[in-house]
Design a protein around this ligand. Structure first.
Ligand code: NAD
Ligand code: UGA
Length: 317
């Protein structure tokens, strides 16, 4: 049994990770400040299964404003850090909003790494993103390919990843980064495609597709992304970066077709222009994660979509 810190615990992926850590018998300290990117009510729902767990302690605080040293050295001290808190969302990262992205993605990560210096942490797992690659020169994309983000968000995630590496190299903070590829499943953020698509189909509203819908993603079910964290926790690896993908590349149009089959309803669709910051395709080469961590995605897109539709139906009820 270990003591773990999950930052961004009220978020989509963080709440699932905290639940799985507790199911494995660990103690979890979760931090979140309920940023206003999407409604607090949804994040409170994400915390529902955690709040009543004796192994869970929730700290409502902004990571940039709190005593991070005190948090990490607490009683009992933190052994594993899972750093998920961030300003996520690719397309909203232009213009004035960039300040929020640099604050919550770069500055917060640097402060947490500073606070981790010299502490006997066993692992610091940073949640990075496929957005660091931009429009990759090769698919599937391996970690060795030169990252070249096409969104300001991707720039901040890459900067934070580099910081994690720097603190490993210079101060032996045992960092490791996981580059998730478009994660979906129950509790997915309301700005993301599947959440929007399913809600629109169920409510008979119009879906907006950016561009022709032939863009593709290596969509990853949330339990698989969580599993990568659990594997990273157990592995000896530090100072490395791993792709965490879902196992297949699918176009947005193909996803819509599957959602129509699963729900038995047809989607009303309109197309608008492609969005600045969106990459055209992503595809993860996960051979390194498989080799070093033992990672293999387990949930097929069909199965994952079925679970997500079932969850959204309970949300509408
Ligand atoms: P999310 O927005 O649901 O969760 C992030 C949480 O962090 C939010 O609850 C927010 O309130 C909190 N937070 C932000 N800044 C904070 C601060 N300064 N102090 C305390 N809490 C703060 O996002 P998510 O989709 O669950 O993403 C989790 C992580 O995974 C992020 O780092 C994101 O960049 C990364 N990621 C997500 C995806 C995806 O498809 N969802 C893909 C790749 C990478
Ligand atoms: C997702 C997450 O939102 C990011 O936080 C994460 O870092 C990134 O994955 C990643 O893999 O690194 P994105 O791939 O844009 O970003 O995820 P979605 O919002 O689910 O969009 C998927 C596709 O659907 C995109 O091509 C987007 O243009 C399209 N889309 C999205 C639409 O056509 N319409 C919409 O209403 C929303």
């Amino acid at each position: 049994m270990s003591t773990c810190l999950v930052t961004g615990v009220a978020g989509f992926i963080g709440s699932h990770l905290a639940e799985c850590l507790i199911a494995e018998g660990h103690q979890v300290v979760g931090v979140d400040c309920f940023t206003d990117y999407y409604p607090r009510a949804l994040k409170e729902q994400n915390l529902e299964n955690l709040r009543n767990q004796a192994q869970f302690r929730f700290v409502e605080a902004d990571l940039l404003e709190m005593d991070l040293g005190g948090l990490l050295r607490g009683a009992p001290p933190i052994e594993f850090v899972f750093h998920l808190a961030a300003q996520a969302g690719v397309r909203a990262s232009w213009g004035r909003q960039f300040e929020v992205y640099t604050r919550n993605n770069v500055l917060v990560t640097q402060r947490l790494l500073e606070a981790a210096k010299g502490l006997p942490l066993r692992k610091f797992v940073f949640s990075s993103s496929s957005s660091v690659y931009g429009d990759a020169e090769q698919y599937p994309t391996a970690e060795t390919l030169r990252p070249q983000p096409v969104s300001p968000y991707g720039v901040t995630k890459l900067a934070a990843e580099h910081l994690a590496h720097l603190y490993w190299k210079n101060f032996a903070v045992p960092t490791l980064s996981l580059r998730y590829f478009t994660v979906y499943g129950p509790r997915q953020r309301p700005d993301m495609a599947f959440h929007r698509f399913i809600r629109a189909i169920v409510q008979g509203e119009t879906i907006t597709i950016y561009g022709d819908g032939e863009q593709s993603r290596d969509f990853t079910y949330v339990r698989d992304a969580v599993e990568a964290n659990l594997l990273a926790m157990r592995s000896e690896a530090t100072g490395e970066v791993f792709n965490v993908g879902g196992g297949s590349r699918v176009t947005v149009n193909q996803v819509l077709g599957q959602l129509e089959e699963i729900t038995g309803r047809s989607a009303r669709v309109e197309h608008t222009e492609t969005q600045k910051g969106d990459v055209r395709h992503t595809a993860a080469d996960t051979s390194q994660a498989r080799k070093v961590l033992g990672y293999a995605p387990r949930v097929s897109l069909r199965e994952g979509l079925q679970r997500m539709v079932a969850w959204m139906e309970t949300m509408q009820a």
